[in-house]
Design a protein around this ligand. Sequence first.
Ligand code: Q9C
Ligand code: ZN
Length: 371
Amino acid sequence: MSNLMSKEVVTVYNDKVLNHKPTFDIYNGIQNPSLDTPDRAKAIIGALTALNATTDVEIIQPREFGLPFIYRVHDQAYVDHLKKTSERVGQKPPVLLAEIDPESKLPILKEYPAFTYPSVFPHGSNPRSSNRVSDRGLHSFDTSTPVMGDTYELALNAAFTSLTGAEMLAKGNDLVYAFCRPPGHHAEKSMMGGYCYLNNASIAARYLTDQTHKRVGIIDIDAHHGNGTQEIFYGSPDVFYASIHGNPSQIPPYYTGYADEKGEGAGFGYNLNIPLPIGSNDEAFLKALDMTIFQMKLFLPQYLIISLGFDGFKDDPLKIFKLTTEGYAEAARLIGALGLPTLSVQEGGYATADLELNIATYLKSLKNSHL
Ligand code: Q9C
Ligand code: ZN
């Protein structure tokens, strides 16, 4: 597929990305509006529409895949839990709740879709569950990841988006962007959390190894550790997971993402974590990316998946890193210079006003550097 002209980025998504409306993060018992707003999707669609007009990207719709592609990564019992919980919640009417108006600072009544959160978490050495309350905790690791009536359908749509992207790669396309929403890298084999339900990047990686028997490298540049992707491939030598993220001793997902987590069994040596101090700048991040790419090259990957989050941006409300738009451009150049067939999968990024520029800059830079 190589061509002297820089090539188009095949972009996969549909308008369902706008429908996901998570209600709240519950932090220390207090409800805050979720940062994963539909306005994020509007911003990204704005960028993609403009890039489509200049023929930098070509937009295609995701297609459906059978559930066995999902079960290659997630336990069937977990997928069933997500489906049944969504169905049950979807049968309830919307709820009216007070929310603080950011301008007037006064409570205003707002209508939310029906939702459910975990209320308890597993304990004991052999946690058993056959109750909807204990099941919620069994399959969630935080209180930021509500299930609404359409969550199962929309999470599956995001997984189909990344599977369609992987299929395009397997068919010989060099650069593919899957606009997945909800995101995926925090979702474990049988746990939701961190705004994630199904691990889109992992589902794509497993599809590629199954279909092509080639080695897949994953570089996760979302500012959080992808605990789900790490867990899923921890024992796998055919998928190398590498992540650069804010130090998990200070930020979510807290419990994993340390540098001494290197994989286990046959997968030992195929997991790389580079935690960076909160407040790190472009220079520190790009140095870590350079080290990551050096390690990745030794693995001789045949496909590359980027877990693409922009929450390391300097104006992100989570204030993890101080990366600039030019920093993301340089990151894309380093990634593009590998010259591998590359699928970029959307993860987080909450500086909505800057998302449009950041995604456009990343995709153009990737396209122009990938020869
Ligand atoms: N007070 C991704 O970036 N915690 N997930 C937010 C806000 C959840 C991040 C707390 C962060 C989840 C995909
Ligand atoms: Zn993130």
